[in-house]
Structure formats: structure tokens, C-alpha cells
Design a protein around this ligand. Sequence first.
Ligand code: LIP
Length: 265
Amino acid sequence: MAYLSPLMTIMTKAAQKAGRGLARDFGEVENLQVSKKGTSDFVSAADLRAEQTLHAELKKARPDFGFLMEETEKEEVVDGIHRWIIDPLDGTTNFLHGIPHFAISIALEKAGELVAGLVYNPITDEMYYAEKGMGAYLNDRRLRVSARTRLEESIFATGIPFKGKGGHEPFLKQLSAVMDHSAGVRRFGSAALDLAYVAAGRYEGYWESGILPWDIAAGIVIAKEAGGFITDFAGKADMLTRGEVLAATPDLSRPLADLLRAASA
Ligand code: LIP
């Protein structure tokens, strides 16, 4: 691991502790796959356990910080300045199906600004983290977004809306536009890791709507610190309130935004 600030030390320790529990539970899910009883309740319990671990660890280290967390949903306000934004298990559907692509996502907001982010996949032991102004890292390695500049050489990730989620028709138009102009589109199933992968230069961009703050808050800091441009679909910085995110390399942010806008026109 590269140099860790006191804040990042707290965040990584909490993520590793919760990650050990998730990894153990994931092993169990893999066994349950073949049983007819279903795994949903077990996964919900695993999710909640991870959230409780993160809450306990972070609270112990920084008693004055508030919380916004996926499972409990309710906001816990303490000093009114700092707020942890947490998804204990981003990629729940993957976890449920025994697919080892999911992550713990922890962001820290200070006076309304995202200042630190950590995304941890406990199965691959990949820890992505960043603090504002200090660069982004994957374990020991400094991250930079991809240097590709041409849409036709680039691949993009997205999230596909499913049953019960609106926006199927507009999404199909967006997908068709990006398919027509790029080297391919991927759907891996974890928004936090999608943003971390943009930071790592694995794909050139990622877009999704209908997304919640805890899915993207940490990844936004990491992708930004790796040199990415992160906006909502209108090119503004209202990703968390609008529930939409477009992350890309500086050269490809505008072309991707234009494609999505044209598809929605
Ligand atoms: C999920 C995301 C996924 C997205 C889903 C969902 P969850 O988060 O990360 O990529 O497409 O809409 O929000 O529910 O696994 O925490």
C-alpha cells in the first residue's frame, strides 16, 4: 500500500474488516447457489452485517462524523460538517448470483464536498482510494485514466435498468448511440467498481442514470483524482442529487455527453 494518511488508514481498516466478513459470506453464497431455498435473505443479512461493521469502525475512529448508508437509509447527523456516504455491498445482484464482482464503497463528504473515497473488492483484494488533491491509487499503484482519445477505440461501461426501474426506452437509445460509435459497451454490475475502473484506465468512460449517492460517491473522488471528468448528463456537478453520472477521460467526456444528449433528443 502507498502512504496512507490517518483518514485513509481509518477507511482502509474499516473496509478490510467488513471485507473479511463479506468474503466469508460470499463463500457461503457460492454453496447456496445450488439449493432451491434461495439466497436473498442470507445476502440481505450479509449486507447489513457489513454495514454494521463499517459503522462501528468509523464511529469509533471519528465519533463526530455523520452517516448516510444504503441499508439503514436514514441519515445520522452529528457535527453537521462531515458525512460518510456508504454502500456496504455495491453489486448486490452479482453477490447473490455468486459472481465475484462487488465492492464496499466509502466516501467522506466535508461541508457538502466529496473529499475522500475508497472502493474495495474483497475477493480480488483490490483497494482503490483517493483523497482530494492527493491522487488516486489501486493498492500501491498510482492511477491515471486511459490515454485513448478516439471514441471508436474506446470501451464504455454502463448500468442497464431492470424490472421495476424506469427508463428502459431512453436507455436503449443511449446504448444504441454508444454502440454505434465505440469499440464496445460493458455491464459489470457495480457502479462503484465501474468508476474505479475508469480511474484505472480499464475503460474510457461510464454512464448511468437512476443511481443513488452511495453507489457513486466514493468512485467519483477516485475517478476525478485519476484525471477523469465526472459530471451529470447536463455537464454539471449535480451527480448525487440528479442520480446520474457520466465519467470519462478529459478527451472523451464531451463526445460521450454529446452522444447521450443526441440519443435523448
Ligand atoms: C447497484 C449498482 C449497479 C446498478 C444498480 C444498483 P447495489 O447497486 O452498483 O451497477 O446498475 O442499479 O444500484 O444495489 O448493488 O448496491
